[in-house]
Design a protein around this ligand. Structure first.
Ligand code: COA
Length: 321
């Protein structure tokens, strides 16, 4: 029998507190008009002090398990994608495993910044197709509000907190058609978050995220165009075969550029950035969950997910839902 991964259920969680552009404009020199025009973001969610990547992951994961009709004990693999783990170690996946009351199934984190969910999904897919796992939980969970410098207007306006989850299982019918992941470490200094516990042996890099936004923007647009071509080509598909684009939500201008490349009307693109900002590894599963739950994405449709982020690390996943 051929073995494929199939999407069984999704879940999502956004913290209660909303931070609007106008509120940020009270503390740094910016405006709602500038942020909306340059990024498409109007507001973002901020985690409460007691919330962490693992606590938000648990809520999203339980929702995804419910949607899949499964119990935590049915899982044999847990992968969490996060750049803002509760602790450096153990992995956030181990903390999530404890929260779910599961024991012994392999649980580990994947670190690929904003592309983390695509990387984690790709890894889970390999496990399932190889016969090493039957049911995997893949989560993206982030608390970027704790690593952005709230006095830096060029970065603090961009990010938000949240978690999204997907449960995938084995099937003899193609669900996840292909995943494609790439990295290029030569760009590591254009976007990074230092490790405050390690001054790099050379200099203290502080504790906040740093980004050359303009450079990242240009390379992101080009690279995402290439990954779209690579994905279509690998599957022998045409642009018109894609029903939905579920992109990583970094900037509305990056999203529209990719949609244009696919000749896709924006009505076929799932956009959450307006109300969520960039939730890094959580943005794709959050968007996927929203569009499945509100009935936009229907069984049998073809969904292209793509992401680009620090590393640089980028990738795509093509799903027949
Ligand atoms: N409010 C007002 N002005 C701001 C601002 C803000 N929040 N942030 C930056 N500016 C200013 C800059 O200081 C600069 O001023 P100057 O010309 O006087 O020096 C000017 O706006 C233009 O800055 P620039 O960085 O060139 O703007 P931009 O059009 O590239 O937009 C980003 C900035 C960050 C929105 C954009 O570069 C971007 O989205 N980059 C990609 C980010 C990304 O995708 N990151 C994550 C990857 S997953």
């Amino acid at each position: 029998m051929s073995r494929y991964s199939t999407l069984l259920g999704t879940g999502g969680y956004l913290p209660e507190t909303i931070l609007t552009n106008d509120q940020i404009a009270q503390t740094v020199e910016t405006s709602d008009a500038w942020i909306v025009e340059r990024t498409g973001i109007r507001q973002r969610r901020i985690a409460a002090p007691h919330e962490t990547a693992s606590s938000m992951a648990e809520i999203a994961a339980r929702q995804a398990l419910d949607a899949a009709g499964l119990e935590p004990g049915d899982l044999d693999l847990i992968i969490v994608a996060t750049g803002t783990p509760d602790r450096i170690f153990p992995s956030t996946a181990c903390l999530l495993q404890q929260r779910l009351g599961v024991r012994e199934c392999a649980s580990f984190d994947v670190q690929a910044a904003c592309s983390g969910f695509i990387f984690a999904l790709s890894v889970a897919d390999q496990f399932i197709r190889a016969g090493s796992a039957r049911r995997a939980l893949v989560v993206g969970s982030e608390v970027y509000s704790r690593i952005v410098d709230w006095s830096d207007r060029a970065t603090c306006v961009l990010f938000g907190d949240g978690a999204g989850a997907a449960v995938i299982g084995v099937s003899d019918q193609p669900g996840l058609l292909s995943t494609h992941i790439h990295s290029d470490g030569q760009y590591q200094n254009l976007l990074y978050a230092p490790n405050p516990a390690n001054n790099n042996g050379l200099r203290d890099e502080g504790r906040f995220l740093k980004m050359e936004g303009n450079e990242v923007f240009k390379i992101a647009v080009n690279t995402l165009g290439r990954i779209v071509d690579e994905t279509l080509e690998a599957n022998g598909l045409d642009k018109s075969d894609i029903d939905w684009l579920v992109p990583h939500q970094a900037n509305i201008r990056i999203i529209t550029a990719t949609a244009k490349k696919l000749r896709m009307p924006m009505a076929r693109v799932v956009v959450t950035i307006e109300n969520q900002g960039n939730t890094s590894a959580a943005s794709i599963p959050l968007a996927l969950n929203e569009a499945i739950r509100d009935g936009r994405i229907r069984r049998g449709q073809t969904v292209l997910m793509e992401a680009f982020g620090a590393g640089f690390a980028w990738g795509s996943a093509l799903l027949r839902y």
